[in-house]
Design a protein around this ligand. Sequence first.
Ligand SMILES: Cc1ncc(COP(=O)(O)O)c(C=O)c1O
Length: 445
Amino acid sequence: MAQENPLYLYERAPLTSPISSVYDYYWLAEKVGTPYYIVEESTLNDRYEQLKEAYAGFNGTVRIALSIKANFNPYVLKFFIKKGSMFDLTSPEELFFLLHSGGSSDRVVYTSVTERLDEYEEILSKGVKRVVVASFSGLMNLMEAAERLNLVPEVGIRINPEVPVKAEIKASYKNGKFGVPIGGSTQDNATNMIKSIYSTPNLKFIGFHFHLGSQIEDPSAFIQALDKLKAFSQKLKREIPAFELKMLDVGGGMPVNYGIRVPSPKELGTVVTERLNNIKEELGYDYDLYVESGRYLTAESSSLLTKIVNIKNYSSHKYIYVDAGYHLLLDTALVHQIYPMEVLPSTKEEPVKTTVAGRLCDTMDVFPIGPEAKLGGAKQGKLMMIKNVGAYSLVFNMPFHSQVKPAVVYRDVNGKYFLARKRQTIDELFQEEGGDLLNSCIQID
Ligand SMILES: Cc1ncc(COP(=O)(O)O)c(C=O)c1O
């Protein structure tokens, strides 16, 4: 049996290797238990550089912002802080994570959904200077918070460009949840809001923000949105003598390869940059370009290592049960996200129809299988690696079936491993879920 253990068959990855080896994955499983996540710093670094490079042709300053909502692990945040990244934040709690990881509120673009007065007071008092508003009442709350604190925040307007987007997750559609339309008969429109900002001494208009959706493969939606903003800016230029554009934030959406080829950042970025440069020239404003990204910057850096705990064979179908589930990878159930998967080590086998099933007692708890899956050689006790899980997975971890949050291991660029999140203990989970209140009996009266 010992000879089957990969710890005897494989060697630890050299420190110079950008990623871990099969040995390392088994060795770490013994150290931190399964399932666990591993984050490779070299991939974080590569994706940050690729995204920067994609917009390098922009005629002006480019600011890359990590959308913290995709991954708020403090080790991950620390990496982006060191890189000098900006941060796209949506809540005071995310600001807490950023500041406690060593970040600065100077580097924040704050785009809220709730836009409450107390929220704006909190983030402004903690030094956030750039706020994107997405409703008239949000703007009024920001105005009041700024007045109370005697501050002059820079304000962007989140525009809903209402352009069609081909993507799984769309954020631009008529009467949508996010942003405001350019015009309209109610107060919730960008024209009205910008005029209000220019008539308020304690707010400084800086520009536009839009976010079209996630996993966008076709740049034409960006082009349409930018063209709308160009025409809108020309109109504002005529109507408001002091109008000036200092920021254009094109949101997120850079796609990730989940086993099916998607355009590279360079392919998409070049098309968008070209149009941005034309618009800049036509308008004559020296604006900075902000590019937000959660998925592209973090997804491919991380894998989930899960143990095969059972195998069931029918005459024409095989089930591989693992000790992970959608409580660790919510998007498998929510949007049937395909993640590349590989048995460690995998072997060539006659293909048989296979389902990879999670440990949860729920029909939805199966992992969609893509063309790149390597499922041969599955055996009880072996590890399965589920790849590209660094975005929108850790942040959704749930205790369904009384499951604890798994450990997160961080491998730095020097090949050293660090514990980036401890595996929660069952006792900690029990206490957090109310176990600690059983004896203290706190009456609410
Ligand atoms: C305003 C905003 N910016 C950026 C992002 C990040 O998008 P993605 O992860 O697709 O890059 C989101 C995602 O929801 C968002 O709402």
